[in-house]
Write a protein that binds this ligand. Structure first.
Ligand SMILES: *Cc1c(COP(=O)(O)O)cnc(C)c1O
Length: 422
């Protein structure tokens, strides 16, 4: 580390430390740059520039693997132990690599603050259990990532948190399920897993009283920014498109500084901190987010159109298809339609299993947003724990297959999907 950036051991050289009114950040500030002004820049440019304040002059993200950091004085240690802002105290509180990622995603979402969690589910559990208490009410949609549905229907019940599930595509459904004074959280996912149903973000953002939350994993901040529509919190499984290389497990929540300070307190107690190793991989992934989202969105739309023409395919869903029932909404609130599509095989459960067994370029794996095209058969994997009526409420049929389109050449993928259908 260059001399001019020596921080923790030479606080007297740090102009911020002498200001004394902010001792909590003093040790950290010695190596923190001013945030860059990104006004007027496109979202792809932002994704390249953000999250570099603690990265010295290195271009690639620096891994701050340390779980603990020393301080010179008891006063500094006391201040850091009680600050939501200390990034060089103990890594469950905060860590420089993780904090750079948190600031990066906050900037991309247009949020004041963000908190990274050890996974997307960590982030969702952190939001639900960090904000709700026994006796509170939550409104959520049927169309959710399977494990989110599980969390809401089992863990919440165990803690006496009442959850109402609505059809997220139905206009006014969330608002009419809100119980004034009782409903603490309204939770949506758009585009939703695995059938790419959309929620109207303007409508959700207009709900006042409860805290509104959107799981925006399928979109990434390149394709949609829920906070711009008045939504309070946005959640990501950064394991997916944000990291983009299948080499990190991490979740993020972004929103107001006040809400994030509240969430920070429970996250520290839950031990839900993100690993700096994963944070570095997500920061690296952000640099190519724009080209990946553009390429995957374009390839997914081409493949979706191809699948629509296949006789063994009963229905295809992708927000970019004219046939998507919410295509107009997609055009209003999304800059890109995303790399995930799903389709129903007329042959049902067995046909779904056969298809995922026969693909050769695409691989059978349960994730999305990476360079490799992946297929999953919902009824036998991602949603295997759901009862038949829960499955149909989520719009999933026994033959539903999800495709996460990667970065391979479109003609190779097209040939692969067609041969697997035959
Ligand atoms: C994967 C996923 C999650 C869970 O994220 P993990 O990082 O696997 O914990 C939550 N929501 C959506 C939409 C997802 O795709």
């Amino acid at each position: 580390m260059p001399d001019q950036h020596d921080g923790p051991d030479e606080p007297q050289e740090d102009p911020v430390a002498s200001a004394a009114d902010e001792p909590a950040a003093a040790a950290g500030n010695a190596v923190i740059r001013e945030a860059e002004d990104l006004t007027g820049l496109g979202h792809g440019t932002r994704a390249v520039r953000v999250g570099r304040r603690r990265n010295l002059t290195a271009l690639a993200p620096i891994l701050w693997g340390s779980s603990a950091f020393f301080t010179d004085t008891a006063e500094e240690a006391r201040a850091m132990a009680t600050s939501t802002d200390a990034d060089r105290f103990y890594s469950r509180w905060g860590n420089p690599s993780v904090r750079d990622l948190e600031e990066a995603v906050a900037a991309l979402e247009g949020a004041e603050a963000a908190r990274a969690y050890s996974s997307g589910m960590g982030a969702l559990a952190g939001v639900v259990l960090g904000l709700c208490s026994t006796g509170d009410h939550v409104v959520a949609q049927h169309q959710l990532y399977g494990q989110t549905h599980n969390l809401l229907s089992t863990t919440c019940a165990r803690f006496g948190i009442d959850v109402t599930f609505v059809d997220g595509t139905e206009p006014g459904a969330f608002a009419s399920a809100v119980r004034p004074g009782k409903t603490v959280l309204v939770l949506a996912e758009t585009p939703a897993n695995p059938c790419l149903d959309l929620v109207d973000l303007d409508e959700l953002g207009a709900i006042k009283g409860p805290i509104t939350v959107v799981d925006s994993t399928f979109a990434t901040p390149l394709a949609q920014r829920p906070l711009e529509h008045g939504v309070d919190l946005v959640v990501h499984s950064a394991t997916k498109g944000l990291a983009g290389h299948n080499d990190a497990t991490l979740g993020l929540v972004a929103g107001s500084a006040e809400l994030l300070a509240w969430l920070w307190q429970s996250a520290v107690l839950f031990g839900a901190a993100a690993s700096p190793y994963d944070a570095v991989n997500v920061l690296r992934g952000l640099r190519t987010l724009a080209v990946r989202v553009r390429a995957q969105s374009a390839t997914a739309l081409e493949l979706a159109a191809l699948l629509e023409a296949q006789p063994s395919v009963a229905a295809v869903r992708h927000p970019g298809l004219e046939s998507h029932p919410q295509h107009d909404l997609a055009k209003r609130q999304m800059d890109h339609f995303g790399g995930v599509l799903s389709f129903d095989l007329a042959g049902g459960y067995d046909a779904g299993c056969r298809f995922v067994d026969r693909v050769r370029i695409a691989q059978l794996a349960t994730s999305l947003g990476g360079p490799e095209t992946l297929v999953t058969h919902a009824a036998s994997t991602t949603h295997a724990g759901m009862l038949p009526d829960e499955l149909s409420a989520a719009g999933i049929s026994p033959g539903t297959v999800r495709v996460s389109v990667g970065l391979e050449d479109v003609q190779d993928l097209a040939a692969d999907l067609v041969q697997a259908l035959e």
